[in-house]
Design a protein around this ligand. Structure first.
Ligand SMILES: *Cc1c(COP(=O)(O)O)cnc(C)c1O
Length: 371
C-alpha cells in the first residue's frame, strides 16, 4: 500500500473500505453493496425501496424465485430439494432440526467439533436421544475426529455435523459416509466448495458468514427426508409449513441481498471458480504461517479450515500488538475468539485475494520487526 492510501485507511472514520477479516457478519462483495446503495431508495419500478413493499408483491416474489433459481444453478439442486429462507439464525436450526427429525423412539448422531456443534448437540439432547458420535473437545477442538473412530448408530435418524468450525478454524474436508442422512450446519463454508447432495437430508446456513447479511438462514431440505418428520408440530417450527407456502413475512431485505450475492458468485464462475480462489487464498496464508516458527497454526494440519485461519504468535502481548498494528494498516477484525486466543483471519468467499496478500505482507513486516 502507498503511504497516502495507508494514511487514508487509518483515519478515524475511513473513507475507504478496509480489509475486513470479520468472522461474522463477514465482508460482502463491494460490487453488491454499491448496487444495493444505488437502488436503495427506489427499487425497480415500485416507487419505493424494496424494504417497503409487500412480501406478497410480484416484485418480492420474483426476488425469492431468482434466489432459488440461483441456488439451484450454483449447487445443481434438483426439484427434490426445497429451499427455505427463514429467520432465527443458524441457532434456531439447532432446535428446529431435532424438533422435526429426532423421533421420540429413535436417536440421532452428532459430531461435536466446536462451539456451534456443541450447541446443536445440546438442543438435540434436550429434546431426545442425541448421541455423541465423536468429539474433539479433549484437545480444545483443534481437529476433526477420524471417521474410523466415530461411534455410529446405523439406525440414527440423521447424522449432524458442522462442516466448518468458525471459532476453532477447522473444517471437514470430505463428505461423511455414514449410511444415514446427513444434516449439516454449513453456515461458515456454504457455497465455498461443492456438496455431494445425495448424502444429505438437510443443510442449513446462516447467511452472514458467506452469502449475505444477517437475518436470513438458507435451508435446503430434501423432500423424501422432509416426509419423515415428526407430526404434529408447532406451526412455525414445522418445515412443512414453510415448504407449503410463504407462511409469514420473510426477512425481505436479507433475501434481496442474498439474491445479489448469489448472482455475483454465479458471475464469477460459480462453485468451481470460488473454490479455486478460496484454495489459493488459504494455501498462501497457511504457507506464510508455516514458513517460519514465529506464527503457529492452532488447528491440526489436515483439519485446517479454508475459511477461518487461526494462528498464534510467540506471546500474547505480541498478538495484541499484531492486531493493533494491523488495524493501522487497514486490516481489521483479526482478533481470535477468546476460546482459542491469538489471531483469526476469516477469508470467506467475498474476501478479496488482495486482502490476503496485504495480510501476508503485514505478517512479513511484523515478524521482521519483532521476530
Ligand atoms: C455463526 C455460526 C452459527 C450461529 O449463527 P446465528 O445466525 O448467530 O445463529 C452457527 N453455526 C456456525 C457454523 C456459525 O459459524
Amino acid at each position: 500500500m502507498e503511504t497516502a492510501e495507508l494514511k487514508e485507511r487509518t483515519e478515524v472514520a475511513p473513507q475507504t473500505r478496509l480489509y475486513n477479516f470479520s468472522a461474522g457478519p463477514g465482508t460482502l462483495p463491494e460490487a453488491v453493496l454499491l448496487e444495493v446503495r444505488d437502488e436503495l431508495p427506489l427499487y425497480g419500478t415500485v416507487g419505493s425501496s424494496v424494504m417497503e413493499i409487500s412480501h406478497r408483491s410480484p416484485e418480492y416474489t420474483a426476488i425469492e424465485a431468482s434466489a432459488r433459481a440461483m441456488l439451484r444453478k450454483i449447487l445443481g439442486l434438483s426439484e427434490d430439494w426445497h429451499i427455505l429462507f427463514l429467520g432465527g439464525g443458524a441457532s434456531l436450526q439447532f432446535h428446529q432440526v431435532p424438533v422435526n427429525f429426532l423421533p421420540k423412539d429413535g436417536s440421532a448422531d452428532y459430531l461435536v467439533t466446536g462451539t456451534w456443534a456443541k450447541k446443536a448437540f445440546k438442543e438435540g439432547a434436550f429434546l431426545g436421544n442425541a448421541r455423541k458420535a465423536a468429539s474433539s473437545e479433549d484437545e480444545n477442538f483443534t481437529y476433526i475426529p477420524d471417521p474410523a473412530a466415530w461411534d455410529l448408530d446405523p439406525n440414527a435418524a440423521y447424522f449432524h455435523f458442522t462442516s466448518n468450525n468458525t471459532v476453532y478454524g477447522t473444517q471437514v474436508h470430505y463428505e461423511p459416509n455414514v449410511g444415514v442422512p446427513l444434516v449439516c450446519d454449513a453456515s461458515s463454508d456454504f457455497l465455498s466448495r461443492p456438496i455431494d447432495l445425495d448424502r444429505y437430508g438437510l443443510i442449513y446456513a446462516g447467511a452472514q458468514k458467506n452469502i449475505g447479511p444477517a437475518g436470513v438462514t438458507v435451508i435446503l431440505v430434501k423432500d423424501s427426508f422432509l416426509q419423515q418428520r415428526n407430526q404434529p408440530l408447532p406451526t412455525m417450527l414445522d418445515y412443512g409449513t414453510h415448504t407449503a407456502k410463504l407462511f409469514n413475512t420473510p426477512p425481505v431485505f436479507a433475501v434481496y441481498m442474498v439474491n445479489k450475492v448469489l448472482k455475483w458468485l454465479d458471475g464469477l464462475g460459480g462453485i468451481p471458480a470460488i473454490q479455486r480462489i478460496n484454495d489459493e487464498k488459504a494455501a498462501r496464508l497457511y504457507g506464510r504461517i508455516d514458513r517460519t516458527d514465529f506464527y503457529r497454526g492452532t488447528a491440526k494440519v489436515d483439519s485446517r479450515s479454508k475459511m477461518n485461519v487461526t494462528f498464534r504468535l510467540p506471546a500474547e502481548e505480541l498478538e495484541a500488538q499484531f492486531v493493533a498494528e494491523a488495524k493501522t494498516r487497514g486490516l481489521v477484525a483479526l482478533k481470535g475468539h477468546r476460546s482459542v486466543g491469538g489471531i483469526r483471519a476469516s477469508i470467506y468467499n467475498a474476501c478479496p485475494p488482495e486482502a490476503v496478500d496485504a495480510l501476508i505482507a503485514f505478517m512479513d513486516a511484523f515478524e521482521q520487526k519483532n521476530g
